[in-house]
Design a protein around this ligand. Structure first.
Ligand code: ADP
Length: 495
């Protein structure tokens, strides 16, 4: 993403595509006319522009969402009708699978294989919540003779969704599908670095039958558009995924107008490998958990905790694998793609440089494909170990393809190290001892714990969210329906 003046382009380069936002069911430019250039991470070249919206545009989008809730046909739709529209959207996404995948791969720099997987998961989000729309039941509460009390799930109203750039398709599905199933209207602020598929999804939603104003997608810079959305007094609830710093800012802004918030803020997820683990099965899964999306996923398994007695065997196997990993352009058949932008690439390279300066042993380094343009934002896969638990690499979220191996003595030591982090989003436990696996899973403080696995399908069905600095509230699964709605209790005195 850059906001500099448009550059002069060479004649052989394809023309820039100028995308529009979707506000009140129609394509919209920003009121100011300002635009942001979109850069493809694979070659560092500008390939599109998006509107740079500000407070004025956010006001229009929130007003459209409010109208859709208060006056539009949305509020008259039965839950089953809402489900049918979501199912139509799921089907339309499946129909446009390749188009959305290509768009996302170029925008984010992720491999086309990974983008295709994301779009499959996106379609699944709408399918899953389509089925759930008419199945959120309330309760009755015994008050004794003369009274009947019951609860209903009600939509919050207008939801502000602020999402990051690492997976615009999955993030759009994850936030909008359950919120729509519960009858909310949404203003989604997509990330300035990658957002094109979010716009396309909003267009498809209209085709699927979603009334105007129910799903608005705005683009722009975080401090302008994002901050205006978080602070907007007519937004009833905010869902945010991104960095802990901005999450704090968003929550404070929401507190000023008493809006509820769910935050998902990243992690430093441990993979705990005991000596009896099936290394053959663990190795590809653990590797994928740190190179998927070039390590730019909140739940990246960035700490590999290895039982000391298996240190030689495990580090040797991972070093061989990491030395063979290749990063290259999104359209090639590589293990992973470039990082999102120059800033993120420099940040990750600085982490690597500082670790080397501190003499942290580097066990392996993958390579960058010869066809990768030097103007792209590539960082090879890197394996460090042993990494001190109290070092920067052992504690900070790198958000890149860098895996830190940390030795542990026994089960209690493993739990202690796993929990020695400010974060608590995901964890993996690898052992053939079932009782130990469960003991460790219960003891690790994180929102999800996998045993002999990590990441399952798209995780659509699995409640997801953090402990500690990783955030609060739960998305995905049926629990998301609770977070995207609120309880109304009706009490009748009938004598
Ligand atoms: P990342 O480090 O992954 O880019 P950020 O937290 O910076 O994560 O961004 C996540 C989302 O939050 C993006 O859509 C971004 O535009 C938005 N954002 C950034 N700054 C602010 C802010 N001050 N207020 C609201 N949203 C913001």
């Amino acid at each position: 993403m850059t906001v500099s003046a448009p550059r002069k382009r060479e004649s052989h380069i394809e023309p820039l595509k100028h995308y529009q936002m979707i506000i009140d069911g129609r394509p919209a430019d920003s009121a100011s006319g300002a635009r942001i250039e979109m850069i493809c991470p694979s070659d560092g070249q500008v390939f599109a522009t998006i509107p740079r919206s500000n407070k004025e545009d956010i006001n229009l989008a929130v007003a459209a969402a409010r109208r859709a809730i208060d006056k539009g046909s949305w509020r008259h739709k039965t839950p089953a009708d809402r489900g049918r529209i979501l199912m139509n959207l799921s089907t339309l996404i499946a129909k446009h699978h390749e188009e959305l995948s290509q768009l996302d791969a170029r925008d984010v720099g992720k491999t086309i294989k990974s983008a295709r997987n994301d779009v499959t998961v996106l379609s699944r989000y709408y399918e899953y919540y389509a089925g759930a729309a008419d199945k959120t039941v309330g309760t009755t509460i015994p008050l004794g003779k003369g009274f009947t009390a019951m609860t209903f799930r009600e939509p919050h109203g207008v939801i502000g969704a602020i999402i990051p750039w690492n997976s615009p398709t999955q993030m759009t599905g994850r936030t909008t599908a359950p919120a729509l199933a519960m009858g909310n209207a949404i203003v989604l602020k997509a990330a300035e670095d990658a957002c094109l598929s979010s716009i396309r999804i909003a267009e498809l939603a209209i085709e699927a039958g979603l009334p105007p104003g129910v799903l608005n997608v705005v683009t722009g810079i975080g401090e302008e558009a994002g901050a205006a959305l978080a602070a907007h007094k007519d937004v009833d609830f905010i869902t945010f995924t991104g960095s802990p710093e901005i999450g704090t800012f968003v929550q404070k802004a929401a507190a000023d107008h008493h809006a509820g918030v769910t935050l998902e803020l990243g992690g430093k997820s441990p993979q705990i490998v005991f000596a009896d683990a099936n290394l053959e099965e663990a190795l590809p899964v653990i590797t994928n958990a740190i190179i998927a999306n070039s390590g730019q996923i909140c739940v990246a398994g960035s700490r590999l905790l290895v039982e000391e007695s298996a240190w030689q065997k495990v580090t040797k196997a991972f070093a061989a694998r990491f030395n063979s990993l290749i990063t290259g352009p999104h359209h090639g058949d590589y293990d992973f793609g470039p990082l999102i932008n120059q800033k993120q690439r420099d940040r990750v390279l600085q982490f690597i440089k500082r670790a080397k300066t501190r003499k942290t042993p580097m066990l392996a380094e993958g390579s960058i494909a010869p066809e990768a343009p030097p103007s792209g934002f590539y960082v090879p896969a890197i394996l460090f170990g042993p990494v001190p638990t109290d070092s920067e690499l052992g504690r900070e979220e790198v958000f890149g393809p860098v895996l830190s191996i940390i030795p542990f003595k026994d089960e209690s030591d493993a739990i202690c190290i796993a929990n020695d982090t400010e974060y608590g989003l995901g964890a993996g436990v690898w052992t053939q001892d079932g009782a130990r696996a469960l003991r460790v899973a219960h003891a690790v403080r994180s929102g999800q714990v996998y045993i002999n696995a990590f990441g399952a399908g798209g995780g659509v069905e699995l409640p997801f969210g953090g402990f500690k600095k990783s955030g609060h509230g739960r998305e995905k699964g049926l629990e998301a329906l609770q977070d995207f709605s609120t309880t109304k209790t009706i009490i009748i005195n009938h004598g």
